[in-house]
Design a protein around this ligand. Structure first.
Ligand SMILES: [Zn+2]
Length: 82
């Protein structure tokens, strides 16, 4: 198993918290200033965007391939369940 950590990002627009699993060592490289595209190439563009500025799937547009599997389809019911 690789050492992965869960990054929680809070959306600045709607306040939704998004959890993204990343390789700890690679995330550390990103935090030290490495370009996120080279530090975390395995993440989808949308997840990299969420890591960078916290903007959630919905607020980015919510139409990315590869994201839907992680995103609950609960439109219109934000943050009611937790
Ligand atoms: Zn949002």
């Amino acid at each position: 198993m690789k050492d992965t950590i869960i990054i929680k990002a809070t959306c600045p627009y709607c306040g939704k918290e998004t959890c993204i699993e990343v390789d700890e060592a690679k995330y550390a490289r990103f935090k030290r200033g490495e370009n996120i595209n080279s530090a975390l190439p395995e993440l989808s563009a949308s997840k990299r965007e969420t890591l960078r500025n916290g903007v959630c799937a919905k607020c980015q547009g919510g139409s990315w391939a590869g994201w839907a599997e992680d995103e609950e389809k609960d439109f219109g019911n934000d943050d009611e369940e937790r």
